[in-house]
Design a protein around this ligand. Structure first.
Ligand code: GTP
Ligand code: MG
Ligand code: ZN
Length: 290
């Protein structure tokens, strides 16, 4: 009998597929392996069951979205996780990643974790930057379980991925979101020489209240591959309100006269830090292309 499911985890050529009746450990049909270069976590697949626990992936359905970092399919929402401290937050890295996520057609929210390590004022300024840009912002201290219920509520009924720099607490948040699922799936991270656990692979689990959430390996640097300078300005959602009023349709909101985006920055309606990071990313893209 054939049934449909979702690839929750990939390991050593096996795929852990969630179907209605539970989990099947699967291998892809031989010809499928040649056609698709890889099957991704998040892929919707059709499997034929071999027995109660194992199956064969017969088909991979078309993907709704594919995110490049981490490599994961069919995710609707990215939770960009940063730490209030340790590691120190970089708005440039956040903005770079938000642009990348938007470029792949996914929605994003921000999660500021390790709120226990700084004063409220330090959180507030980060919070303001991204709230004013139109993003939902969650503040958590995951090791104490603070803020987790609010985040879980936002993640119910969607497929989402926790992404962000290494060491910000994604795996702690992931386990706090779904403690039971974690116990079932087992260890997904590796202890490094420095005594830290580092996530090696993306994997999905079910969230209470419906929906799926993935943990993923951290990153330190991201390239804006495939994004042109005229793409970038469209990836800033808060620019969209103003750009119709720019004198030039092709306005990159930099040196052009009568630029409504720059005016919105001057009058405080667009956050200056977002705009300054935009200019940095813009020159980076131009250098890459030049
Ligand atoms: N003070 C504080 N420490 C935290 C909090 N959340 C996580 N940590 C600590 O931060 C460290 C890194 O947490 P992880 O969850 O492994 O970080 P990660 O983002 O999954 O890292 P990678 O898997 O390498 O990408 C651990 O020592 C956690 O105990 C928090 O809310 N407050
Ligand atoms: Mg991790
Ligand atoms: Zn402009």
């Amino acid at each position: 009998m054939r049934r449909q499911g979702t690839v929750m985890r990939a390991f050593g050529g096996f795929y852990y597929v969630l179907v209605e009746s539970g989990f099947l450990t699967c291998k892809p049909r031989g010809k499928l392996r040649l056609e698709k270069d890889e099957i991704l976590v998040g892929d919707r697949v059709e499997v034929s069951a071999v027995d109660d626990d194992t199956g064969i992936i017969e088909q991979v359905f078309d993907r709704k979205t594919v995110l490049s970092r981490p490599k994961i399919a069919n995710v609707d929402l990215t939770v960009v996780v940063i730490a209030a401290k340790n590691p120190d937050p970089s708005t440039l890295l956040v903005d770079r990643y938000l642009a990348l996520v938007a470029h792949h057609g996914l929605e994003a929210v921000l999660c500021i974790n390790k709120a226990d390590l700084v004063d409220e004022s330090a959180i507030q300024s980060l919070f303001d930057i991204y709230r004013s840009a139109g993003y939902d912002v969650f503040v958590t201290a995951a090791i104490y379980g603070h803020g987790i219920d609010e985040l879980r509520q936002r993640l119910s009924e969607t497929t989402s991925v926790l992404a962000g720099p290494s060491g910000v607490g994604k795996s702690v948040i992931f386990k706090a979101l779904c403690p039971e699922a974690e116990a079932k799936i087992g260890e997904v991270s590796r202890r490094t020489g420095r005594g830290r656990h580092t996530t090696r692979h993306a994997q999905l689990v079910r969230v209470e209240g419906g929906g799926l959430v993935a943990d993923s390996p951290g990153f330190s640097y991201l390239r804006l591959d495939g994004i042109s300078s005229s793409d970038l300005r469209l990836l800033y959602q808060e620019f969209r309100l103003y750009m119709q009023q720019c004198k030039f349709k092709s306005c990159l909101h930099r040196a052009e006269p009568e630029c409504a985006v720059k005016e919105a920055v001057e009058s405080g309606r667009i956050h200056r830090e977002r705009y300054e990071n935009y200019l940095k990313l813009l020159s980076e893209i131009e250098l890459d292309q030049g």
